[in-house]
Design a binder for this molecule. Structure first.
Ligand SMILES: Nc1ncnc2c1ncn2[C@@H]1O[C@H](COP(=O)(O)OP(=O)(O)OP(=O)(O)O)[C@@H](O)[C@H]1O
Length: 718
């Protein structure tokens, strides 16, 4: 019998209490299992299990289209597992465009299968792998599967790959589709074999190990008879015809029926201010509708934060008993643990209002959501290959996106979706979203394809080809960054190192250079801080105090050094080493306090610190040592120039700037610490297009450094 801490045996009363509690817990568990089993049986897909298994058996490529919530993501992999598709030791891989979906769906499926997460069912996303050698159903982001292909070019550990939410057409999905087509063809022609088991991820290995593993895998596959790869393309809002044509007339299966109805409501008139309309709708639902949580779609972190404040401001004016609302933000720049808060139930009696970007648009089931508010807008990437500039713009959603958004309601019972535009406008929306590959800089894609051994990028079998000009521009950029040799092959070691870092090529190069310039610590800080949104926080009611607080960190050298100052100060305030992490509760409390006092966005800073430690792990694995240049900011600015030389701008007589590479006229964003001083020459990280071309995140440089540090670009006669 276990004894209590004071040495006494537990009393029989305690024992009884423990026994009752345990019994109650067991009853609850049993009831939950029964509920889940009933839910599964009632899903529309449950009635076609046999048919789906037959179709997958007969067809190597299958397109599955079914209503949102019909059970595709959670059930189909289980059907295939139960039908014996993993008997040969192979796994079923399911890709998702977003991390949050991969994680939450894996958790649900593990629960449905009654197994521990990471065993039979697991997930893997960038920086977080919850799988083991026994994992047979693996949810992951599409980007992660692409990285796996770097080491295992024939994806030999998978018997089935399901590309879920293919309608989203992210850049990764499109590249993956082309790659999977090629892998499938190669695998069906290969001879003889044993499964190739890679348990290491690329970051665990040195360059030589990576190359040797790739070539071993290739040899094993060539000498081996790999089972053909089964490929399933899935979505609720898919252009099945287009996908079928791309895959040589692949068969499409339609799963009929939805679980619960969702009422769609439109406004009579277009709304002049969608944020205000969102706010009004939230309160209308709260005051007039029955119980149920609300999911509102907004376009970004800043909007989410401002609506959050407005909600709380208005709540204060309501009678005490009507104030029971909790707000939960969810957007991609939020760390995964914080994203998971959206999935936790609201305290009893409270209504949860989730303020989300399109990150919560597909695949996820957020328990409790009954009402969806959709203003019909989304922030999307846009790329101009002529100037080589990428920017984020707010555009109307497509019909497919609107359908996905409404599909987040009606998953546990009937729901309502409030579209904040007239019904006539819905008819004018485009059917599907323009594939991201047609509206972004492709340097990352080209680098990945080169690392996969695919050299002919223009000839690659994309479902929809990006423009030739965009590809050429990306090749040029990679050449200038030193990732490619003169004959456009991946350079060694720089190109290989850049491909292994899970960052934009320009940031990967910045880290490699910083290692040489002995300021890797500062560059890691900058890359981490630039990976999150809005470090500084300017509440309207305390704007002067917030400005004064920022001034205390400001550097006349520019925004990058200012970010380094913030990061260092945050660590110093904790009295720890500079690189302290934020896992400890006391540290977290101190950090929060410090952030409030200094008008720093605590969420963003914590996220930046987490990213810092993750990338630090990567660069250390690659053999780099994280040294600091201390206060020698000259050295650091020179390094920034060597890395971001493509984004240099010169002041013009009228006070505007000319971006040297694109020739565009740009101006300094008012949020920059250099807004007033307007130095002669600067490098910048971001071009934001509103009614002006604004540049953000700047550093003052000496123009003479450009030909010295980037002779490949500035010393050439062109
Ligand atoms: N985490 C969860 N908690 C509660 N119920 C869930 C959860 N995940 C899934 N479900 C239930 O399972 C149903 C099917 O979900 P699933 O994600 O498989 O549907 P889907 O057809 O893939 O939808 P979508 O096209 O929107 O991704 C949901 O409607 C919901 O009832």
């Amino acid at each position: 019998m276990p004894s209590l801490p004071n040495g006494h045996p537990p009393s029989s009363q305690n024992h009884q209490k423990g026994g009752k509690a345990q019994q109650h817990q067991q009853q609850q568990l049993f009831a939950r299992k029964r509920l889940i089993s009933q839910q599964r049986k009632s899903l529309p897909i449950a009635s076609v299990e046999r048919r789906i298994v037959d179709e997958v058996t007969k067809n190597d490529i299958l397109i599955v289209v079914g209503e949102t919530g019909s059970g595709k993501t959670t059930q189909l992999p289980q059907f295939l597992f139960n039908a014996g598709f993993c008997k040969n030791g192979k796994a079923i891989g399911v890709t998702q465009p977003r991390r949050v979906a991969a994680v939450t769906v894996a958790k649900r499926v593990a629960e449905e299968c009654n197994v521990e997460l990471g065993q039979k069912v697991g997930y893997a996303i960038r920086f977080d792998d919850v799988t083991s050698s026994s994992t047979r159903i693996k949810y992951m982001t599409d980007g992660l599967l692409l990285r796996e292909a770097l080491l295992d070019p024939l994806l030999s550990r998978y018997g089935v790959i399901i590309v879920d939410e293919a309608h989203e057409r992210t850049v990764h999905t499109d590249v993956l589709l082309g790659l999977l087509k090629k892998v499938q063809l190669t695998r069906s022609h290969s001879i003889a074999t044993e499964p190739v088991n890679n348990t290491k991820t690329d970051v665990d290995m040195s360059n030589a190990e990576v190359n040797s593993q790739r070539s071993n895998t290739l040899k094993a596959c060539q000498n081996a008879k790999l089972l053909p790869l089964k490929l399933i393309i899935m979505s609720a809002s898919l252009d099945a015809k287009g996908f079928s044509e791309y895959f040589g007339g692949a068969k499409a299966v339609y799963v009929q029926g939805r679980q619960y109805p969702v009422d769609i409501l439109y406004t009579y008139q277009p709304e002049p201010d969608y944020l205000d309309a969102t706010l009004i709708t939230i309160f209308q639902i709260h005051l007039e509708e029955g119980p149920g949580d609300i999911l509102a779609f907004l376009t970004g972190q800043e909007e989410i934060e401002s609506i959050e404040k407005l909600i709380h401001g208005r709540l204060d004016k309501l009678p005490e008993d009507r104030r029971k609302i909790i707000t939960v933000p969810i957007y991609s720049a939020l760390p995964s643990e914080q994203q998971m808060n959206a999935f936790k139930p609201a305290p009893s009696g409270f209504r949860k209002v989730i303020l989300a970007t399109n990150i919560a648009e597909t695949s996820v089931t957020i328990p409790g959501i009954k009402f969806v508010i959709d203003p019909g807008l989304v922030k999307a990437r846009s790329y101009n290959p002529v100037t080589g500039t990428e920017s984020l713009i707010i555009i109307p959603t497509s019909k497919a996106q609107a359908q996905q958004r409404s599909g987040r309601a009606g998953r546990e019972g009937p729901g309502k979706c409030f579209r904040l535009y007239p019904e006539s406008e819905f008819g004018n929306l485009s059917d599907s979203t323009i594939p991201e590959i047609k509206r972004c800089n492709l340097s990352n894609v080209v680098l990945q394809l080169k690392a996969l051994g695919i050299d002919d990028i223009i000839g690659f079998d994309f479902m929809e080809k990006p423009s030739r000009m965009t590809i050429v521009k990306s090749l040029e950029q990679l050449l200038l960054l030193g990732a490619l040799t003169d004959d456009y092959k991946l350079s060694d070691p720089i190109g290989h190192q850049m491909a292994r870092l899970p960052l934009d090529p320009i940031y990967s190069k910045a880290l490699i250079l910083a290692n040489e310039f002995k300021c890797l610590e500062e560059m890691l800080i900058v890359v981490s801080m630039l990976s999150v949104e809005s470090i500084f926080y300017f509440p309207r009611e305390k704007i002067e105090e917030a400005r004064a607080a920022r001034k205390s960190f400001s550097s006349p050298d520019g925004d990058h050094v200012t970010l380094v100052n913030v990061y260092r100060a945050s660590a110093e305030c904790l009295g720890k080493s500079r690189m302290v992490t934020t896992k400890d509760k006391t540290i977290e409390r101190n950090l929060n306090k410090w952030c409030i006092e200094n008008f720093i966005n605590a969420r963003s800073l914590k996220h930046a610190r987490d990213i810092y430690s993750q990338i630090q792990g990567h660069v250390q694995q690659m053999g780099m040592s994280v040294t600091s240049c201390g206060d020698d900011m000259l050295q650091f600015r020179r390094c920034l120039t060597a890395a971001f030389f493509l984004n240099a701008a010169l002041k013009q007589p009228d006070g505007m700037y000319r971006a040297i590479a694109s020739g565009q006229t740009v101006q300094i964003h008012p949020s920059s610490v250099l807004f007033r001083s307007k130095p002669e020459c600067i490098i910048f990280n971001e071009l934001v297009r509103t009614n002006h071309n604004y540049i953000r995140n700047l550093t003052r440089i000496d123009p003479l450094w450009l030909p010295e540090l980037a002779p490949q670009y500035y010393a050439s006669p062109n």
